[in-house]
Design a protein around this ligand. Structure first.
Ligand code: ADP
Length: 287
C-alpha cells in the first residue's frame, strides 16, 4: 500500500500552489504539516481527485490519479467543512450518506452503519440530532462517512481545529487506530497533532516539500540548536530580532526564553532537548 507523488505541480493562474513535490507515503499515519497557504489543501484536493494537477504524477497503489473512479473507490475524505442535515439523527445521517455511497442493500447498509458508528464511538448517540452534537462528535461522524467504502486511503484535513483538548486527543487516537490497516493522511498546521500520532511527516512551505522523514529524524536534525536561558525584560526585543524565539515565559523579574540558534545565543544559555515544534520551526524559518 503506497502513494507515490512525482514532480507534482499545481498552478492557479500564475499562482504556484505546489512546486515540484516528490513524496512517498506508506501504510500508517502520515502527517502533512505547513503554515497557512503552504499548499496542504491543494495537495489533499489533488489526492482526492477534486482538482487535477497541472503537471507531474500521483499513483495510489499503482493507479494513476487521473483514473478518478478507481481512485475514489479506495479513498475516503473528511474535508474541513464537513456538514450534514442538522435535523437528521446521527443514524439517519449516516444511513443517508450510505445510500449516496450506493450501499443499496438494506441489511448490508444497516450493518455497515452500526459497525461504523461503533468504530467512531457514536453508537450510543445514534438517535441524537446532528445539530446537538459537539464539534468532536461531528468530526467523528465525518470519519464514519469517510469510512463507508472501507477505503485504503483516508485523508483528513485540519481535523482538530475548533475541538477542545479532550476531544482532540480522542480524535487523534481514533485516527491512530484506523491507520493500522490503511494509509491515513492528516493535514494540519498544529504540530501537536502530528507529534502524538504520526511516525512520518512531510513539511510543506510555499508549495515545496522542505522535509520528509520520521519524527525521530526531525528531532535529530534540530539537536544542538535549542537553547534555554533567563534574560532581562529589556533584552526580549533583541532576542526576538536576532534569533528564532520559540517561547518566552515570565519567571519572577526575568524571562525564560527558548531559542533556536546554531551557536550559543548569549552567556548563560543552555542546550536543551528538542521538541517536534523546534524541528518544525527550524525548517520553516531556515535556521
Ligand atoms: P493551505 O491548505 O496549506 O493553507 P492552500 O492549498 O489552500 O494552502 O493554498 C496554497 C496557495 O494557493 C495559497 O497561496 C492560496 O492563496 C492559493 N490558492 C488556493 N486555492 C486557490 C484558488 N482556487 N485560486 C487561486 N489561488 C488559490
Amino acid at each position: 500500500m503506497s502513494i507515490v507523488i512525482s514532480n507534482l505541480c499545481k498552478k492557479y493562474g500564475n499562482k504556484v500552489a505546489l512546486d515540484n513535490v516528490n513524496l512517498q507515503i506508506d501504510k500508517g499515519m502520515f502527517g502533512l504539516l505547513g503554515p497557512n497557504g503552504a499548499g496542504k489543501t491543494t495537495l489533499m484536493r489533488i489526492l482526492t481527485t477534486l482538482i487535477p494537477p497541472t503537471s507531474g504524477t500521483v499513483e495510489v497503489n499503482g493507479v494513476q490519479i487521473h483514473r478518478r473512479k478507481e481512485i475514489r473507490e479506495i479513498t475516503g475524505y473528511l474535508p474541513q467543512e464537513f456538514s450534514v442535515y442538522p435535523s437528521f439523527s446521527v443514524y439517519e445521517a449516516l444511513d443517508y450518506l450510505a445510500i449516496l455511497s450506493r450501499i443499496t442493500d438494506k441489511r448490508i447498509r444497516k450493518d455497515t452503519v452500526n459497525e461504523l458508528l461503533e468504530k467512531v464511538n457514536l453508537l450510543q448517540y445514534k438517535k441524537v440530532k446532528v445539530k446537538a452534537l459537539s464539534g468532536g462528535m461531528k468530526r467523528r461522524l465525518g470519519i464514519a462517512q469517510a469510512l463507508l467504502a472501507n477505503p485504503k486511503v483516508l485523508i483528513v484535513d485540519e481535523p482538530t481545529a475548533g475541538l477542545d483538548p479532550e476531544e482532540r486527543i480522542r480524535f487523534r487516537n481514533m485516527l491512530g487506530s484506523l491507520s493500522s490497516e490503511r494509509i491515513v493522511i492528516l493535514s494540519t498546521h498544529i504540530v501537536e497533532d502530528i507529534e502524538s500520532t504520526c511516525e512520518k511527516l512531510g513539511v510543506l512551505r510555499e508549495g515545496k516539500i522542505v522535509y520528509s522523514g520520521t519524527v525521530g529524524e526531525l528531532l535529530k536534525s534540530v539537536e544542538g540548536y535549542v537553547w534555554s536561558g533567563l534574560i532581562e525584560p529589556d533584552k526580549l526585543n533583541y532576542v526576538q530580532d536576532n534569533f528564532t524565539l520559540i517561547s518566552s515565559v515570565r519567571e519572577t523579574e526575568k524571562f525564560r526564553v527558548r531559542i533556536l540558534a546554531s551557536e550559543k545565543p548569549f552567556e548563560g544559555a543552555e542546550n536543551i532537548s528538542p521538541s517536534v515544534e523546534d524541528g518544525y520551526m527550524k525548517i520553516i524559518k531556515g535556521v
